[in-house]
Design a protein around this ligand. Structure first.
Ligand code: NAD
Length: 294
């Protein structure tokens, strides 16, 4: 097993402080969140579920991607983070690369760096994404292009770069971060759901194409998750606190999700525990998508 830092504390980003305690091969991972009241604490026991695996996580500088990178590292993976902005804080065990996932040459360079450093790629998490919310007829063409480029085409660009090494190895797991917008339409959110519906289509098409060669492709559809992007959206609302409460009220569980909860779903799909799961999508939305009405 590779060496781990024995530092008792490490800062993950402005909103999270993680404490990692190591006992033999098992790790207790504690996350303190301060972005919502009251302070939420999660005690998470991790046990090397990605030991010896190499993972690329896009959009790893913050939000869901940062949580995935941190958890995968704690679970024993060698993690390469790829983001167009530098990571806010260095994370032990994560090799952070700067690059734009819509630029094939930058993606190819990141994949080459990963292979040169670690020799294989077992997992890809296509997480980088942007919110582009408009009504259809008000949408500038440039915003359509930006949304479809980042939220759909980039997942193919990065998949196309990692599939050859995965197919040579005869194994690999690609996890695409889709959305509840992949399943349901909220008026005024155009064209985000177009891209996210497409991402489910990409997931299924690649999953079926390469299943017999050992590569699995699945997606996760999060609901409202409290990340910096979500906080930015809330801050832009006329009454952010009222909107935050309204969003939580819409959920059967009456609370919003956390990046760590999405990271645990990605961990399962990335791990060998999910080896018979392919072309699937896991909703992680507290049940909201299936609520008819209250
Ligand atoms: N937060 C939510 O409520 C929510 C819900 C459903 C789905 N999602 C999806 O989850 C993913 C992560 O969302 P988040 O809320 O953590 O967002 P975020 O904005 O907090 O983080 C996204 C990261 O992706 C990076 N990124 C964006 N465009 C990039 C590009 N072209 N190249 C490289 N990096 C790029 C950003 O720099 C950022 O670090 C997205 O795909 C988003 O659509 C989020």
């Amino acid at each position: 097993m590779r060496e781990r830092s024995r530092q008792p504390q490490k800062k993950i980003d402005d909103a999270n402080t993680a404490v990692v305690n190591l006992r033999g091969d098992s790790v207790t991972y504690t996350v303190f969140r301060s972005d919502d009241s009251p302070r939420q604490i999660q005690e998470l026991r991790v046990t090397g579920r990605l030991r010896d695996k190499v993972a690329i996580v896009t959009g790893s500088a913050r939000g869901i991607g940062a949580a995935v990178a941190a958890l995968f590292t704690a679970e024993g993976a060698q993690v390469v983070g790829l983001d167009r902005q530098p990571a806010r804080t260095a994370m032990d065990g994560v090799l952070n690369l700067t690059g734009d996932v819509t630029r094939p040459e930058q993606v190819t360079a990141a994949v080459a760096t990963t292979l040169a450093r670690f020799g294989r790629i077992d997992v890809l998490v296509n997480n980088a994404g942007v919110n582009v919310f408009s009504t259809p007829l008000e949408l500038p063409d440039s915003d359509w292009d930006r949304c479809l480029e980042v939220d759909l085409k980039a997942a193919w660009i990065v998949s196309k770069a990692v599939l050859p090494p995965m197919l040579s190895q005869g194994s690999g797991s690609i996890v695409n971060i889709a959305s509840v917008h992949s399943h349901r339409i909220i008026p005024g959110s155009f064209p985000y759901p177009v891209a996210k519906h497409g991402l489910i289509g990409l997931t299924r098409a690649l999953a079926i194409e390469y299943a017999s060669r050992g590569v699995r492709v699945n997606s996760i559809s999060p609901g409202f998750i409290l990340t910096p992007q979500a906080e930015e959206w809330l801050a832009a609302q006329p009454d952010p606190e009222k909107e935050r409460r309204r969003q939580a009220e819409l959920l059967p569980c009456k609370r919003l999700g956390t990046p760590e909860e999405v990271a645990y779903t990605a961990l399962f799909l990335a791990s060998d525990e999910a080896r018979f799961i392919n072309a699937a999508d896991i909703l992680i939305d507290g049940g909201r998508t299936h609520l008819y009405h209250e």
